[in-house]
Design a protein around this ligand. Structure first.
Ligand code: SF4
Ligand code: SF4
Length: 251
Protein backbone atom coordinates (compact mmCIF):
# COMPACT_ATOMS: atom_id res chain seq x y z
CA UNK A 1 0.00 0.00 0.00
CA UNK A 2 1.46 3.39 -1.01
CA UNK A 3 2.02 5.65 1.93
CA UNK A 4 3.30 9.08 2.83
CA UNK A 5 6.94 8.74 3.87
CA UNK A 6 8.01 10.07 7.29
CA UNK A 7 10.56 9.52 10.06
CA UNK A 8 9.50 7.04 12.73
CA UNK A 9 9.23 8.83 16.07
CA UNK A 10 8.70 6.48 19.08
CA UNK A 11 8.15 9.38 21.55
CA UNK A 12 5.33 10.81 19.46
CA UNK A 13 3.89 7.30 19.08
CA UNK A 14 3.79 6.85 22.87
CA UNK A 15 2.42 10.33 23.53
CA UNK A 16 -0.32 9.82 20.94
CA UNK A 17 -1.27 6.39 22.28
CA UNK A 18 -1.44 7.82 25.84
CA UNK A 19 -3.74 10.58 24.60
CA UNK A 20 -5.96 8.31 22.56
CA UNK A 21 -6.27 5.43 25.02
CA UNK A 22 -9.63 6.10 26.64
CA UNK A 23 -10.95 3.92 29.49
CA UNK A 24 -13.43 2.36 27.09
CA UNK A 25 -10.77 1.41 24.54
CA UNK A 26 -8.60 0.00 27.34
CA UNK A 27 -11.50 -2.08 28.59
CA UNK A 28 -12.30 -3.41 25.11
CA UNK A 29 -8.70 -4.31 24.44
CA UNK A 30 -8.30 -6.13 27.75
CA UNK A 31 -11.65 -7.93 27.94
CA UNK A 32 -11.52 -9.91 24.66
CA UNK A 33 -11.98 -13.59 25.59
CA UNK A 34 -10.55 -14.78 22.26
CA UNK A 35 -13.67 -16.87 21.82
CA UNK A 36 -13.53 -16.42 18.06
CA UNK A 37 -17.26 -15.80 17.70
CA UNK A 38 -16.54 -12.72 15.64
CA UNK A 39 -14.29 -14.48 13.12
CA UNK A 40 -16.93 -15.56 10.62
CA UNK A 41 -18.46 -12.10 10.56
CA UNK A 42 -15.40 -10.46 9.00
CA UNK A 43 -15.23 -10.35 5.21
CA UNK A 44 -11.41 -10.30 5.33
CA UNK A 45 -11.40 -13.56 7.27
CA UNK A 46 -13.82 -15.18 4.85
CA UNK A 47 -12.09 -13.84 1.74
CA UNK A 48 -8.66 -15.03 2.91
CA UNK A 49 -9.42 -18.71 3.45
CA UNK A 50 -10.11 -18.17 7.14
CA UNK A 51 -6.61 -16.90 7.84
CA UNK A 52 -6.47 -16.49 11.67
CA UNK A 53 -4.56 -13.24 11.16
CA UNK A 54 -7.73 -11.79 9.63
CA UNK A 55 -9.85 -12.47 12.73
CA UNK A 56 -11.12 -9.22 14.27
CA UNK A 57 -9.74 -10.25 17.66
CA UNK A 58 -6.29 -10.89 16.18
CA UNK A 59 -6.25 -7.41 14.66
CA UNK A 60 -7.32 -5.86 17.96
CA UNK A 61 -4.59 -7.82 19.77
CA UNK A 62 -2.02 -6.51 17.33
CA UNK A 63 -3.02 -2.97 18.28
CA UNK A 64 -2.86 -3.83 21.99
CA UNK A 65 0.59 -5.39 21.62
CA UNK A 66 1.90 -2.29 19.84
CA UNK A 67 0.53 0.01 22.55
CA UNK A 68 1.89 -2.11 25.39
CA UNK A 69 5.39 -1.56 24.05
CA UNK A 70 5.00 2.11 25.12
CA UNK A 71 6.67 3.52 22.05
CA UNK A 72 9.47 0.97 22.10
CA UNK A 73 8.47 -0.55 18.81
CA UNK A 74 10.63 -0.91 15.75
CA UNK A 75 9.75 0.32 12.32
CA UNK A 76 8.91 -3.18 11.04
CA UNK A 77 6.25 -3.53 13.78
CA UNK A 78 4.84 -0.13 12.90
CA UNK A 79 4.75 -1.08 9.22
CA UNK A 80 2.95 -4.31 10.04
CA UNK A 81 0.43 -2.37 12.18
CA UNK A 82 -0.05 0.06 9.30
CA UNK A 83 -0.80 -2.78 6.86
CA UNK A 84 -3.38 -4.22 9.26
CA UNK A 85 -5.24 -1.07 10.19
CA UNK A 86 -5.49 0.34 6.68
CA UNK A 87 -5.42 -2.84 4.62
CA UNK A 88 -7.25 -5.48 6.63
CA UNK A 89 -10.23 -3.71 8.21
CA UNK A 90 -12.84 -1.43 6.67
CA UNK A 91 -14.17 -0.47 10.14
CA UNK A 92 -17.60 -1.81 9.13
CA UNK A 93 -18.44 -2.84 12.75
CA UNK A 94 -20.03 -6.12 11.68
CA UNK A 95 -17.89 -8.08 14.16
CA UNK A 96 -19.16 -5.90 17.01
CA UNK A 97 -22.73 -7.03 16.28
CA UNK A 98 -21.70 -10.61 17.03
CA UNK A 99 -19.29 -10.11 19.93
CA UNK A 100 -20.95 -11.07 23.25
CA UNK A 101 -19.17 -8.11 24.90
CA UNK A 102 -19.86 -5.67 22.08
CA UNK A 103 -16.16 -5.00 21.63
CA UNK A 104 -15.88 -2.25 19.04
CA UNK A 105 -12.99 -3.38 16.87
CA UNK A 106 -13.63 -0.53 14.43
CA UNK A 107 -12.95 2.05 17.17
CA UNK A 108 -9.77 0.20 18.12
CA UNK A 109 -8.65 0.22 14.48
CA UNK A 110 -9.59 3.89 14.13
CA UNK A 111 -7.45 4.72 17.17
CA UNK A 112 -4.56 2.74 15.69
CA UNK A 113 -4.94 4.63 12.41
CA UNK A 114 -4.51 7.78 14.46
CA UNK A 115 -1.25 6.32 15.80
CA UNK A 116 -0.10 5.74 12.22
CA UNK A 117 -1.12 9.31 11.34
CA UNK A 118 1.12 10.53 14.19
CA UNK A 119 4.00 8.87 12.31
CA UNK A 120 2.93 10.31 8.95
CA UNK A 121 1.86 6.84 7.82
CA UNK A 122 -1.29 7.37 5.81
CA UNK A 123 -2.12 5.83 2.40
CA UNK A 124 -1.03 8.26 -0.27
CA UNK A 125 -4.44 8.50 -1.97
CA UNK A 126 -6.06 9.38 1.37
CA UNK A 127 -3.50 12.13 1.92
CA UNK A 128 -4.42 13.55 -1.46
CA UNK A 129 -8.16 13.65 -0.82
CA UNK A 130 -7.62 15.20 2.61
CA UNK A 131 -5.59 17.94 0.91
CA UNK A 132 -8.52 18.41 -1.48
CA UNK A 133 -10.86 19.22 1.43
CA UNK A 134 -8.49 21.95 2.57
CA UNK A 135 -7.88 23.36 -0.90
CA UNK A 136 -11.36 23.01 -2.43
CA UNK A 137 -13.76 22.13 0.39
CA UNK A 138 -14.51 18.71 -1.10
CA UNK A 139 -12.69 15.44 -1.62
CA UNK A 140 -12.94 15.48 -5.45
CA UNK A 141 -11.31 18.91 -5.85
CA UNK A 142 -14.36 20.32 -7.65
CA UNK A 143 -14.34 24.07 -8.07
CA UNK A 144 -17.35 26.06 -6.91
CA UNK A 145 -18.01 26.91 -10.57
CA UNK A 146 -18.12 23.20 -11.54
CA UNK A 147 -20.43 22.46 -8.64
CA UNK A 148 -22.93 25.22 -9.48
CA UNK A 149 -22.82 24.31 -13.18
CA UNK A 150 -23.63 20.70 -12.36
CA UNK A 151 -26.60 21.75 -10.25
CA UNK A 152 -27.89 24.01 -13.04
CA UNK A 153 -27.42 21.22 -15.55
CA UNK A 154 -29.38 18.76 -13.38
CA UNK A 155 -32.09 21.36 -12.87
CA UNK A 156 -32.50 21.78 -16.63
CA UNK A 157 -32.60 18.02 -17.20
CA UNK A 158 -35.27 17.60 -14.55
CA UNK A 159 -37.44 20.45 -15.79
CA UNK A 160 -38.03 18.52 -19.03
CA UNK A 161 -39.78 15.90 -16.91
CA UNK A 162 -41.08 18.05 -14.06
CA UNK A 163 -41.71 21.64 -15.16
CA UNK A 164 -41.20 23.98 -12.22
CA UNK A 165 -38.70 21.75 -10.40
CA UNK A 166 -35.77 23.81 -9.19
CA UNK A 167 -32.60 23.36 -7.18
CA UNK A 168 -32.59 26.22 -4.67
CA UNK A 169 -29.01 27.29 -3.98
CA UNK A 170 -28.12 29.17 -0.78
CA UNK A 171 -31.73 29.69 0.23
CA UNK A 172 -31.78 31.15 3.76
CA UNK A 173 -33.94 29.66 6.49
CA UNK A 174 -34.95 26.50 4.58
CA UNK A 175 -36.13 23.49 6.53
CA UNK A 176 -33.48 21.24 4.99
CA UNK A 177 -29.95 21.59 3.70
CA UNK A 178 -29.21 18.68 1.36
CA UNK A 179 -25.56 17.61 1.16
CA UNK A 180 -24.02 14.99 -1.12
CA UNK A 181 -21.03 12.75 -1.61
CA UNK A 182 -18.61 14.69 -3.84
CA UNK A 183 -18.43 11.66 -6.13
CA UNK A 184 -22.01 12.44 -7.19
CA UNK A 185 -21.37 15.74 -9.01
CA UNK A 186 -18.12 14.30 -10.33
CA UNK A 187 -19.34 10.91 -11.61
CA UNK A 188 -23.06 10.41 -10.94
CA UNK A 189 -24.86 13.76 -11.25
CA UNK A 190 -28.15 11.98 -11.97
CA UNK A 191 -28.15 10.86 -8.31
CA UNK A 192 -28.62 14.51 -7.38
CA UNK A 193 -31.49 14.80 -9.87
CA UNK A 194 -33.19 11.78 -8.26
CA UNK A 195 -33.09 13.45 -4.85
CA UNK A 196 -34.39 16.72 -6.30
CA UNK A 197 -37.31 14.81 -7.82
CA UNK A 198 -38.26 13.51 -4.36
CA UNK A 199 -37.96 16.93 -2.68
CA UNK A 200 -40.01 18.56 -5.43
CA UNK A 201 -42.81 16.01 -5.36
CA UNK A 202 -42.86 16.04 -1.54
CA UNK A 203 -43.08 19.85 -1.55
CA UNK A 204 -40.06 20.06 0.75
CA UNK A 205 -38.65 23.43 1.79
CA UNK A 206 -34.99 22.73 1.02
CA UNK A 207 -31.76 24.11 -0.34
CA UNK A 208 -28.26 23.18 -1.41
CA UNK A 209 -25.23 25.20 -0.46
CA UNK A 210 -22.69 26.71 -2.84
CA UNK A 211 -20.01 25.66 -0.33
CA UNK A 212 -19.72 23.10 2.47
CA UNK A 213 -21.83 20.63 0.49
CA UNK A 214 -19.62 17.49 0.59
CA UNK A 215 -20.81 15.23 3.41
CA UNK A 216 -18.00 12.69 3.13
CA UNK A 217 -15.22 12.74 5.68
CA UNK A 218 -12.29 10.66 4.52
CA UNK A 219 -10.06 12.36 7.08
CA UNK A 220 -12.08 10.54 9.74
CA UNK A 221 -11.67 7.31 7.81
CA UNK A 222 -7.93 7.92 7.75
CA UNK A 223 -7.84 8.40 11.52
CA UNK A 224 -6.74 12.03 11.13
CA UNK A 225 -9.16 13.50 13.65
CA UNK A 226 -7.81 17.05 13.48
CA UNK A 227 -8.48 17.22 9.75
CA UNK A 228 -11.78 15.37 10.26
CA UNK A 229 -12.97 18.14 12.59
CA UNK A 230 -12.12 20.72 9.91
CA UNK A 231 -14.06 18.77 7.26
CA UNK A 232 -17.16 18.44 9.48
CA UNK A 233 -16.98 22.13 10.23
CA UNK A 234 -17.36 22.95 6.52
CA UNK A 235 -20.90 21.54 6.45
CA UNK A 236 -21.70 22.98 9.87
CA UNK A 237 -20.61 26.45 8.73
CA UNK A 238 -22.81 26.18 5.64
CA UNK A 239 -25.80 25.11 7.74
CA UNK A 240 -25.30 27.95 10.21
CA UNK A 241 -24.77 30.54 7.51
CA UNK A 242 -27.95 29.49 5.73
CA UNK A 243 -29.85 29.18 9.03
CA UNK A 244 -31.43 25.87 8.01
CA UNK A 245 -33.25 23.71 10.53
CA UNK A 246 -31.77 20.35 9.54
CA UNK A 247 -29.00 18.84 7.45
CA UNK A 248 -29.75 15.80 5.30
CA UNK A 249 -27.01 13.65 3.84
CA UNK A 250 -27.11 11.55 0.73
CA UNK A 251 -27.69 7.75 0.66
S1 SF4 B 1 -14.85 -3.93 11.68
FE1 SF4 B 1 -12.98 -4.70 10.70
S2 SF4 B 1 -12.51 -6.58 11.75
FE2 SF4 B 1 -14.66 -6.11 12.20
S3 SF4 B 1 -15.85 -7.20 10.61
FE3 SF4 B 1 -15.48 -5.12 9.86
S4 SF4 B 1 -13.62 -5.32 8.62
FE4 SF4 B 1 -13.71 -7.14 9.92
S1 SF4 C 1 -16.30 -12.16 19.73
FE1 SF4 C 1 -15.56 -10.50 21.05
S2 SF4 C 1 -14.64 -11.54 22.80
FE2 SF4 C 1 -14.84 -13.09 21.18
S3 SF4 C 1 -12.87 -13.01 20.09
FE3 SF4 C 1 -14.26 -11.61 19.03
S4 SF4 C 1 -13.82 -9.60 19.94
FE4 SF4 C 1 -12.98 -11.16 21.35
Amino acid sequence: MAEKAAEFNPEVFKKTSDEKMSARLKMWLEMCAHCGLCADTCHYYLANEQDPKMMPAYKAKKVLDAIKKKGKIDEATLNSLYETVYGECTMCRRCTMFCPFGIDVASIISMARGLCVSQGKVPENLVKVIENYFAHGNQMALTQEDWIETLKWMEEELQEELPGATIPIDKKGANLLYTVNAREPKFYPMDIAHAVRVFHIAGEDWTMSSKGWDDTNLAMFAGDLKSAAYVSQLVRDAAEELEVKRVAITE
